[in-house]
Design a protein around this ligand. Structure first.
Ligand SMILES: NC(=O)c1ccc[n+]([C@@H]2O[C@H](COP(=O)([O-])OP(=O)(O)OC[C@H]3O[C@@H](n4cnc5c(N)ncnc54)[C@H](OP(=O)(O)O)[C@@H]3O)[C@@H](O)[C@H]2O)c1
Length: 334
């Protein structure tokens, strides 16, 4: 191997804006130690919201001081390994989900790599994005059958997996989105009621068509979408706060309104936060189930068709995701 250095993306300073916070650095490729793999990454998944909040210093469960590595999931191929590694071979496709996925090469303990059939963007959509959808619906949302489930940002990387899992559990699934192309994807995935919020009023549709309210809400968007969702919860309804992407690139909106318990108490409804790092014990089972559903054609994976190539393209990919244009998972190719 003649390669001596590789590029990765780091946060060089805390900044409100992702592009201004980051820098590409070139560092030597190190030789894997006895129990380590050297992986050549092929694709990385883009988590524009998380990336931006990290660079703003607004992720309370990690206390990172710049410079720190960026990115999470990456998939690639093993190109070298230490002498004690037993379960891998050169050329194996592997997924990694530790912090620092925005890098061309990585050396990692073999225990932290997962062997998959092929190094494709699809597996990155399932691990860890799809895993988050599954655990949020089942563990936090207590997903049942024959209920009404609403997924916001339903055609996004996380949302389109949540839609399919809620359908597989035999629920009536409503998905929100902002374009006809996204609505088309949701129709293909079997979504029962698609609400393009640019052409229909979300609150009106929910009130008119679901007078008994929504049993389970997988909420990704925040702001007035969150308010509308809370307002339309059914008796004993559960709303899972998966994220609040409409606020990630902006200052937090200050609002004045009656306290939340006025909305929840009379309907014995609940609002529950979800963060995958606090549900790690469900990761392995959820991951295996999802891969199985995918390999047996029970769920489909949508990859956004916009091409982002190389470490240099990551700020544009983050900006693209936060602009709300993507349909399916946003991926960077190395
Ligand atoms: N809690 C966790 O552990 C966890 C794990 C993974 C992801 N998440 C969260 O899940 C959500 C989706 O993440 P993702 O990475 O899969 O992104 P994504 O859904 O692929 O992309 C974001 C989507 O959000 C929608 N959106 C609605 N209003 C928006 C606004 N004002 N600005 C930007 N986008 C808007 C857009 O779709 P429409 O315009 O069609 O609505 C856009 O395509 C995020 O809130 C993320 O933080 C949480």
């Amino acid at each position: 191997m003649n390669l001596k250095t590789y590029k990765k993306l780091i946060a060089k300073q805390i900044n409100q804006d992702f592009k201004s916070a980051v820098e590409i650095v070139e560092i030597p490729i190190s030789k894997p130690a006895a129990s380590e793999l050297l992986i050549q990454n092929k694709f990385a998944g883009v988590n524009g919201g998380f990336d931006t909040l990290l660079c703003r210093g607004e992720v309370p469960y990690v206390n990172l001081m710049p410079p720190f590595d960026l990115g999470v999931e990456a998939v690639g191929e093993v190109i070298a390994m230490g002498e004690n590694v037993q379960d891998f071979q050169i050329g194996d496709a592997v997924v990694t989900t530790i912090r620092g996925g925005y890098r061309e090469y990585q050396v990692i303990d073999a225990n932290l790599a997962l062997k998959v059939q092929q190094a494709t963007p699809e597996v990155l959509t399932l691990i860890p994005t799809g895993v988050s959808a599954l655990v949020a619906l089942e563990q936090v949302g207590e997903m049942k059958s024959n209920e009404v489930v609403l997924v916001t940002a339903a055609a996004g990387g996380t949302g389109h997996i949540a839609v399919q899992l809620a359908k597989l559990a035999n629920n009536h699934v409503i998905g929100t989105c902002s374009s006809e192309a996204k609505a088309k994807l949701l129709r293909e995935l079997g979504c029962d009621r698609i609400i393009n919020y640019r052409t229909e009023n979300l609150n009106q549709v929910l009130k008119q068509e679901y007078p008994n309210g929504i049993n389970l809400i997988f909420e990704c968007v925040g702001k007035d979408v969150f308010d509308t969702c809370v307002e339309n919860l059914a008796v004993r309804g559960r709303l899972v706060v998966v994220g609040f992407i409409s606020e990630y690139a902006k200052n937090i909106e200050q609002i004045t309104q009656p306290r939340l318990y006025h909305q929840l108490f009379w309907k014995v409804a609940s609002v529950r936060g979800f963060l995958m790092p606090h549900y790690q014990e469900y990761m392995v089972k959820a991951r295996d189930r999802l891969l199985n559903l995918f390999y047996t054609d029970k769920i489909k994976v949508a990859i956004d068709p916009t091409q982002f190539n190389g470490i240099e393209s990551i700020p544009a990919a983050v900006e693209y995701l936060l602009s709300g244009q993507n349909c399916g998972k946003v991926i960077v190719r190395f």
